[in-house]
Write a new protein. Structure first.
Ligand SMILES: NC(=O)c1ccc[n+]([C@@H]2O[C@H](COP(=O)([O-])OP(=O)(O)OC[C@H]3O[C@@H](n4cnc5c(N)ncnc54)[C@H](OP(=O)(O)O)[C@@H]3O)[C@@H](O)[C@H]2O)c1
Length: 246
């Protein structure tokens, strides 16, 4: 069970922080969201395998991340080697590159791995507005990911509503929810246990993977709101029970 009240969560974090977690691969860690997730998770004691299409860019990303969290464990890899080094893979690439990236990683992904997909099909991916969504034949970017990974790779979606700018700024308190979708409660719980290592993030089970169509579209809403208020707002659901992952 994952506690969800702030005080219970900090006790939980203290308990789990004692065990060294397995490495997590981040594909797209040189980019805005991936870098923020890498520094926050790295700062929370998770060893991070930084993946890039270019090894030199992975090395440069590790150096940048170490400037923010010097004590964290970061390693640089080509994308496929990063995937092979980890049980959990976070995919954080632009929508227009998601299918190509997963096709390139097909031989590296293996049954039992958990893929956390953060891709948002914004129209900006095809030179449209960032406040508009693209239609995706499969229903959502996450469902496209599920269609592309080898059998046995588990897919959940999360992190769409967290701004990269707030993640990358270690001084910025997060205090927001992460909307998690997936077809297996256990897979969502595993993703939540990882993401909730980041202080200030509470994961909410938002239902089956097909609900990603809705959670992904909230990014477009937040971009519109943040442009108006020059802010980095996220989402916070109210009146939920204290324990969300029993
Ligand atoms: N930025 C945000 O605040 C935010 C928030 C929530 C969700 N998201 C979603 O998260 C995903 C990543 O967003 P981002 O802003 O971090 O994107 P980004 O900075 O534009 O790109 C992320 C990484 O994707 C890789 N990439 C770029 N072009 C590629 C290509 N042609 N083929 C394969 N890989 C390529 C690059 O890594 P390498 O060159 O090192 O391989 C790049 O650093 C998007 O789907 C976005 O909608 C973003």
């Amino acid at each position: 069970m994952l506690p969800s009240s702030p005080s219970a969560r900090s006790l939980y974090s203290a308990a789990v922080a004692q065990a060294t977690p397995d490495p997590v691969a981040i594909i797209g860690a040189s980019g805005a969201l991936g870098f923020g997730v890498a520094t926050r998770l790295g700062g929370a004691g998770v060893p991070i395998a930084i993946g890039s299409r270019e090894f030199a860019r992975a090395v440069e990303t590790v150096e940048r991340a170490r400037e923010i969290v010097p004590d964290a464990s970061f390693s640089a890899h080509h994308n496929d080697d990063a995937v092979r080094a980890a049980a959990v893979v976070i995919l954080s690439v632009p929508f227009r590159n998601q299918s190509e990236t997963l096709a390139n990683l097909r031989h590296a992904l293996s049954p039992g791995q958990l893929l956390i997909d953060a891709t948002v099909p914004l129209a900006a991916a095809v030179s449209g507005k960032a406040t508009r969504m693209l239609g995706v034949w499969q229903g959502s970017a996450a469902q496209q990911a599920l269609e592309m990974v080898p059998d046995g790779v588990r897919v959940v979606s999360a992190l769409h509503t967290i701004s990269a700018a707030s993640l990358s700024d270690p001084e910025h308190p997060l205090d927001q929810d992460v909307l998690v979708c997936g077809d297996s409660r256990d897979d969502k719980r595993e993703a939540a246990a990882l993401i909730q290592r980041i202080e200030g993030l509470r994961c909410v089970d938002c239902g089956r993977l097909e609900m990603s169509r809705t959670t992904e579209s909230l990014t477009a809403l937040l971009i519109a709101v943040n442009a108006r208020y020059k802010a980095h707002a996220g989402v916070r659901l109210t009146s939920l029970p204290d324990s969300l992952w029993e």
